[in-house]
Design a protein around this ligand. Structure first.
Ligand SMILES: [Ca+2]
Length: 155
């Protein structure tokens, strides 16, 4: 998900940050972190309580772990794009480890990271997979995504 600062610069955080109103942010980058100061908000509004986590890209985080293939089992023409891990496992036996450590989600057309798209995601989890529902979007339909998982390498 993403956050806009007043200058239009966009910074991206993974997953758990929920900001859908325009904030005036004091800090919002990967080196300083995230700071929302009450004093910066107009009309004496207060910042909400946020939690953040940082995206440590797997290739730089350690060895012994490998990406699976990309999986794209659904299109958003129905209720949304459903790339649930349980379905992907059934349809691709033996190709996804028991306990994935990380999930990467990109659009099928241009490989744009899902976290840069700005849609509302219903599920985005290495243990559950990914779901983007059409009814959660501002536009009519969500994008088509593909997913892959980061798993301990097989010897
Ligand atoms: Ca898809």
């Amino acid at each position: 998900m993403s956050v806009q600062n007043p200058h239009g610069t966009q910074s991206t955080f993974l997953g758990d940050i929920s900001i859908w109103t325009k904030l005036f942010l004091f800090r919002n980058d990967a080196t300083s972190g995230f700071v929302c100061r009450n004093v910066d908000q107009p009309k004496k509004k207060m910042c909400n309580d946020y939690r953040v986590r940082f995206n440590c890209h797997p290739p730089f985080c350690g060895g012994g772990v490998c990406w699976t293939d990309w999986f794209d089992r659904d299109n958003p023409s129905g209720s949304g794009d459903w790339e649930l891990l349980s379905n992907l496992r059934k349809e691709n036996p033996g190709k996804i480890c028991e306990y994935p450590l990380y999930i990467e989600v990109v659009t099928t057309d241009k490989m744009t990271p899902a976290i840069s798209i700005g849609e509302n995601f219903y599920i985005f989890s290495p243990t559950q997979g990914f779901v983007s529902r059409n009814k959660d979007q501002r536009k009519v339909m969500c994008r088509d995504y593909k997913v892959r998982f980061w798993c301990p390498c097989r010897n």
